[in-house]
Design a protein around this ligand. Sequence first.
Ligand code: PHE
Length: 338
Amino acid sequence: KELINEVKAFNKTSKEEIEAFRIKYLGSKGLLKGLFAEFKNIDPKLKKEFGQALNTLKISAEEKVKTLTASLENSDEQKSIYGDLTRPSEPIELGARHPISIVKNQIVDVFSRIGFTISEGPEIEDDWHNFTALNLPEYHPARDMQDTFFVEKHKNVEKDLLLRTHTSSVQIRFMENNKPPIRTISPGRVFRNEDISARSHCIFHQVEGLYIDTDVSFADLKQTLIYFTKEMFGKSKIRLRPSYFPFTEPSAEVDIYWGLKTETDYKITKGTGWLEIMGCGMVDPNVLRNTKIDPEKYSGFAFGMGIERIAMLLYQIPDIRMLFENDIRFLEQFKSVI
Ligand code: PHE
């Protein structure tokens, strides 16, 4: 009886302990073997009771070995294949869109509502698409307006390869491959050999737009800008300052009146409340000719803006470098914006 209780109470779970238990009770020199050998010496009157007790002991011991071994195998299997199934699961971390993507998508959205398509082109560009076709032939002084990173420099400029300094290059490609009416915007990354500071970076992003059709006028351009600023910023107090770009004539710079409510407004508008947000103008007839579009028949306007500057204004980001450092503490603040 004592032995039966001992067997029932046994509860060790290591492989070695279970094996030692098995040998002790069920092994070829084990306790049960000895007890069964005793059987013939037992008083016949007690044989029945003794026999039953022996059987119970044997069955209990066998059961014990079986269940303990099974549970051992189970937990081994769990650990190796599934890990610990009782452990609470890891929370799923949601990422956030980068503010540049958020603002780019918003700009694209505003222009697609009035029929603009999206066009893209290579970041490594040839001289023709970045400069010459845009009415910037070799030795044109305005080539210095955009300090260029060259990938390959040749005696013959036409063979030069460079990192595009604006996405106007995409518009040249689009004009070469499509007939008017043309309504397209070109978002993308651009590169200029400029010192990095709180306000400017050598890598940034632009959205440039192009509209070419019969009878497109400066009034159409202005109305499009008013529509855009209203949709994008919820306000459309803008001013156009005469400016110069080789590919547009006349040309203008667009300022939006933002006000001076915060310190960041103060910083990025240089204390004036006005912020220059883009360049624009009527496409120069030379550019149309360079892309085989007849300037007698068609006219058009173009504009180009930097995404960083608009993102800085909208999200009150005081330093452009924050947009490139990928500091998780900065990026995760955009989680709620889609
Ligand atoms: N390409 C000009 C720039 O990058 C912007 C621009 C585009 C100006 C179209 C006028 C017309 O600065």
